[in-house]
Unconditional design. Structure first.
Length: 468
């Protein structure tokens, strides 16, 4: 990202560099890998990058230590993602960058490198902000099995717990994931963070012409624009369970699958489903936010079967997009098949104001749907439940809008933290004042796993091939 520095191995007392070059302060971004705005990585990376961009605009100096960003960020490539190694060279570089920083910001996939960096920050008296964006429990359940799943689950869990216990402040992206972190890992978050300008392209005041929307609907439906149209937009990966959208949609519906994968094979399997005659249209490309907004407006329903989401960015984006009220809903010709649910009347193909949602009843999606004001939560493995919800979603005529949630703006959190006093040396509480005992007991196991992680690469568990 423009504006980032990779930093040097040397350092000075915290904050001196930021003061000397006239910036408001110096922030170190410590993360496993760099995200992108193009859709190749998830919503957590996009939120972090939007937060960083906002901080740069406000006059803060940002440096990043991440795979591919800093020459000392030693990594190894596993089947799930590149992982930073806690080598002496990497830890020495982090130490030097920390000595020049007022705040360390942590987000993204976690590795043993992260808590060791936060431990150094605590010794230096530097504040740290951790944002939990990836559901590590679901990562392990999706990609590993047997003993390998057990080993990786404890590695991720202990890393997450140590990361949280060493941080000054801890946030996540949804109320549901906040609750899961508390119940499953004993991690207490300070709140739910958002970065509002992440969604600027999707607000209803962004106007698009009727012709643009008609063309988009024709493209997404494969020329069958009169049929009910649902859309999935995002990464083509195994954990998204896209095959359930195809298998369990009503025969009359068209599902448009927009996005791409990472070259591991999952994307090829999804693209092979392309069959417009059977109501499956696959557009294998990551599109810009402006184009995606038009796609959401052109569709009737945003659908996702993913049980992997800590928030579910695409659902929120689609709910923000108001469909134009001056476009009449297409009428069904007499030969068009009717739904197989006799209690429902003939339905219009478009909600009056916005693309409604039919989402998996899991993860961050639960925080986004209340009653039937936004759409429906379902088990996408239950075909009858799914089809009933899809037909009902077409019937929604009220103004569909994002659910009101209690959140804090990322930039506001950073500003408050930069004027806080230095954090205490002891770890933050996981269970009241009994933090020292569980923290101390799990640290030796964490060190043992870290030693194995660094020195026995051939023994690391391998991920299940995507698509299997």
């Amino acid at each position: 990202m423009a504006g980032f520095e990779t930093g040097t191995d040397g350092g000075r007392e915290g904050g001196r560099r930021g003061e000397n070059n006239g910036s408001k302060g110096s922030i170190l971004v410590l993360t496993n890998r760099i995200g992108t705005f193009s859709g190749h990585t998830g919503g957590g990376s996009a939120m972090r990058e939007k937060l960083c961009a906002a901080l740069i605009r406000e006059g803060y100096e940002l440096k990043m230590f991440a795979a591919g960003r800093h020459e000392s960020a030693d990594v190894v490539f596993t089947d799930y993602c590149p992982m930073m190694l806690p080598t002496w060279r990497a830890l020495k570089a982090i130490w030097g960058l920390l000595k020049e920083s007022n705040l360390v910001l942590v987000s993204g996939s976690y590795t043993p490198c992260i808590p060791l960096g936060l431990l150094m920050a605590k010794f230096l008296g530097i504040r740290s902000l951790v944002i939990f964006t990836t559901d590590s429990d679901q990562v392990v359940r999706t990609y590993y099995q047997g003993v390998e799943r057990l080993v990786w689950w404890y590695l991720y869990s202990w890393t997450d717990r140590l990361t949280a216990s060493l941080a000054t402040k801890v946030y996540t992206r949804s109320e549901e994931y906040q609750s899961k972190l508390r119940s499953l890992h004993g991690i207490e978050c300070d709140g739910v963070m958002v970065q509002s300008d992440q969604y600027g392209a999707f607000h209803a005041e962004q106007k698009d012409s009727d012709e643009e929307i008609r063309k988009a609907r024709d493209l997404l439906s494969g020329g069958n624009s009169i049929r009910p149209l649902m859309i999935y937009a995002g990464r083509w990966a195994a954990e998204k369970r896209i095959e359930l959208l195809v298998a369990n949609k009503p025969e009359d519906f068209v599902v448009a699958i927009v996005g791409n994968g990472d070259g591991s094979g999952a994307a090829d399997a999804i693209h092979a489903m392309h069959n417009p005659a059977q109501g499956v249209v696959c557009l294998r490309e990551f599109v810009s936010h402006d184009r995606l907004r038009v796609f959401y407006k052109a569709a009737d329903i945003h659908a996702s079967a993913s049980d992997f989401e800590s928030l579910g960015n695409s659902a929120h984006e689609s709910l923000l997009c108001g469909t134009p009220g001056n476009l009449p809903p297409p009428s069904l010709p007499s030969c068009f098949p009717r739904p197989s649910f006799p209690s429902l009347p003939v339905l219009v193909l478009r909600a009056l104001n916005s693309c409604t949602v039919v989402l998996q009843r899991a993860g961050g999606y639960i925080s986004q749907v209340e009653g039937e004001e936004q759409g429906f939560l379902v088990d996408w493995k239950n075909k009858q439940e799914v089809q009933q919800a899809l037909w009902k979603a077409l019937k929604l005529k009220n103004k569909v809008h994002p659910r009101q949630r209690k959140t804090e703006e990322g930039t506001d959190i950073v500003r408050r933290m930069l004027i806080m006093s230095c954090p205490p040396l002891l770890p933050r509480s996981l269970h009241g004042w009994q933090v020292l005992l569980p923290w101390t007991l799990r640290f030796p196991a964490f060190l043992a796993l870290t030693f194995s992680y660094v020195n026995l690469p051939d023994a690391w568990p391998r991920a299940i091939p995507q698509g299997k």
